[in-house]
Design a protein around this ligand. Structure first.
Ligand code: AMP
Length: 281
């Protein structure tokens, strides 16, 4: 496995591979890698001859500077995990490599799917995501890039960004990896105590309840949202920020579920912001 830190080095490596007709599969991450990230890396092998992983805690996508400071960082462990997962190249740029001082780029624009949900509660977040992912795509020039469904809205934003900006990159969705108890794996989980981890299980239970209602024939979006809200209000340690049942494609609110829908939620546990979701239909 090769670790590179500059655009020049990665460019050289991928250009050589491209010339030899090899396909590049890319997994962008912010590090502090867990089994969810590893699933993306293994899946990447199905889509490319060369698997590239980036590790960069992107400052521009944190709307809360404290969250950025507290974001877990463990590069040495991450490199070992990438090695074990059979990654070919790890790109670990410094901030100045991604955001040079003399930067002539036009600022990114947001597709409509970036506006509701996380877009509403984390202003600026998706501008940062689009900015860094498009910079990474230009540097790595992948044929395919893999994103986790745990950040479902992020996948939709990237899919639309790729269309709008004309990137020739296939976006692959990878299902959410969970602990055996059902908690969606997240780098932020490492900031939770044993008790917090236990309390956070209520989020997945709430989504399961939504699935149960849907399977029983409930199609009223508000009824499902209300059920989740009241269920989580009774759970100790959970401060729900939002829950919404929306069209799975446009992410706009719906009243009746007639097409695939997304149930998305965000909540704080011990001051740590967690998100989770499930698809209905
Ligand atoms: P992050 O390092 O949090 O920016 O995540 C990097 C990539 O891993 C994103 O595409 C995430 O959606 C994905 N990811 C994070 N957690 C999980 C998970 N539990 N299951 C699947 N993919 C995940």
């Amino acid at each position: 496995m090769k670790q590179v830190t500059t655009s020049l080095e990665i460019n050289e490596a991928v250009s050589k591979a491209r010339l030899q007709g090899q396909k590049i599969a890319f997994v962008p991450t912010m590090g502090s890698l867990h089994a969810g990230h590893i699933t993306l890396m293994r899946e990447a092998r199905q889509h490319g001859d060369i698997v590239v992983v980036s590790i960069f805690v992107n400052p521009t996508q944190f709307n809360d500077p404290k969250d950025f400071e507290k974001y877990p960082r463990e590069l040495e462990k991450d490199l070992e995990k990438c090695r074990l997962a059979g990654v070919d190249i790890v790109f670990t740029p410094e901030r100045k490599e991604m955001y040079p001082v003399c930067d002539m780029r036009t600022p990114p624009t947001l597709p409509a799917v970036a506006l509701p949900l996380e877009g509403q509660f984390r202003p600026g977040h998706f501008l940062g995501v689009i900015d860094v992912v498009s910079r990474l795509f230009q540097i790595v020039q992948p044929h395919a890039a893999l994103f986790g469904m745990k950040d479902y809205q992020q996948v939709r934003v990237i899919e639309d960004m790729v269309k709008e900006r004309g990137f020739d990159v296939q976006i692959i969705r990878v299902p959410t990896m969970r602990t055996k108890e059902g908690l969606a794996m997240s780098s932020r989980n490492s900031r939770l105590s044993e008790e917090g981890l236990e309390q956070a299980l209520a989020l997945q239970k709430a989504l399961k309840a939504a699935q149960f209602l849907y399977d029983k024939g409930e199609r009223d979006a508000k009824a499902i949202e209300d059920k989740i809200r009241s269920g989580l209000a009774r759970q100790e340690g959970i401060q729900l920020e939002y829950v919404a049942v929306v069209d799975a494609d446009t992410l706009l609110p719906i009243s009746k579920i007639e097409k695939p829908a997304l149930v998305a939620l965000a909540a704080f546990v011990e001051g740590v912001r967690l998100i989770d979701n499930c698809l209905l239909g």
